[in-house]
Design a protein around this ligand. Sequence first.
Ligand SMILES: C[S@@+](CC[C@H](N)C(=O)[O-])C[C@H]1O[C@@H](n2cnc3c(N)ncnc32)[C@H](O)[C@@H]1O
Length: 367
Amino acid sequence: MERGHCDPTCIEGALLDCHFAFIGRSRGVSALSRRLTDSLVSALKPYRPSLPLGELVERVNLIYHRFEAPDYDRRHPELTRQLPPIWQEMVNLASGLLPETGLRVLDFGCGTGFEADLLLQFLPQSSIEVLTCFDPSPEMLDASKERLSKATCPTQFVSVPPWQNGHSVEPYDLLVSNSVLHHLSEPLAHVEALTTVLTPRAVWIAGHEPSRRYFQNRECMKAYAMYMRSYRWRKYLKFANYAAAAGRMRGSDPLVSTAREATAEGIFSRLPATWLVGRLIDFHVAHTPEEAATGRGFEVRELQSALSAGWSLEYLRTYSFMGPIYEGRLPERWRRIAKDLKDRYPLDGANFCSIWRRRGKAQKSGS
Ligand SMILES: C[S@@+](CC[C@H](N)C(=O)[O-])C[C@H]1O[C@@H](n2cnc3c(N)ncnc32)[C@H](O)[C@@H]1O
């Protein structure tokens, strides 16, 4: 839900939540993720969760995406407007690293079929032996099935990860994901599990993940704070903001529904605050410098070093230089400011897309 969830109506509330309630000031740089989990666990205490943090993140995500699935594409215009050209560029680059025919593709966390749909637009379908779409949410999987119903290549839709399905899997040459890693409590463990079903020289196109570098860049933070100040009054003129607030009051906000459903299922013994449920769902998204200082959000150089034994980074592009505000909708002046930040700090956009390649020895010819 990450960027779409952070619509401008929520941002100021979220900032206040974070500043005053959630996470303390920076206390040094060691054990970042430990501090992230510690602060979350203590914020969750009053709601007495019945599951350990990792399982809690997984269960709450499952509930949330059930509620988000019917409306997902409409709620995320920033994905459908911003990402297709980047995916086109990535698919072109990746196809130069892949076999020309017989491609086996795995879409991890396929959602409503967004990245699979793009892939099929930018890659000849005749080159694909199979496209396997995996998502733990049956509602998301149904939506992707419908979206990809006209695909001419063989497709499969599975809700059990291929490494857990109990029989051996012919390995995949291409892994694609988009906006999913930040929902996982242990993304690196997932990458490790994924490698067991990939060819030794497999390519991974990882689209649209959040970067905490944005919140650690003072210039970016200054520009973002200025924008938010200028937005303070204009937001009252926006119909969409009233519609969103009305939705939240009616309970049609998936975050509100998730908090209620998780409590009804006994996952919490008291209705948790929705901002906290949001932090569980977007487990690796930083919203403020303070959150970034606790280790929330990915740092691409850290990721690169954590993955370096098995993967090489082949492509990196960062964007979203006005944080959660989609640049395409900004007034001209702010678009210029965002572009200037991008030129000066190309690694520090609030989101990034990347391509990785496994370092193993090729076994099949051409792979
Ligand atoms: C923000 S949506 C992105 C969906 C799609 N990839 C896109 O970009 O439109 C996140 C997706 O990750 C899935 N997800 C959540 N937890 C997951 C997990 N542990 N493993 C795989 N996918 C997961 C959700 O069900 C949801 O479909």
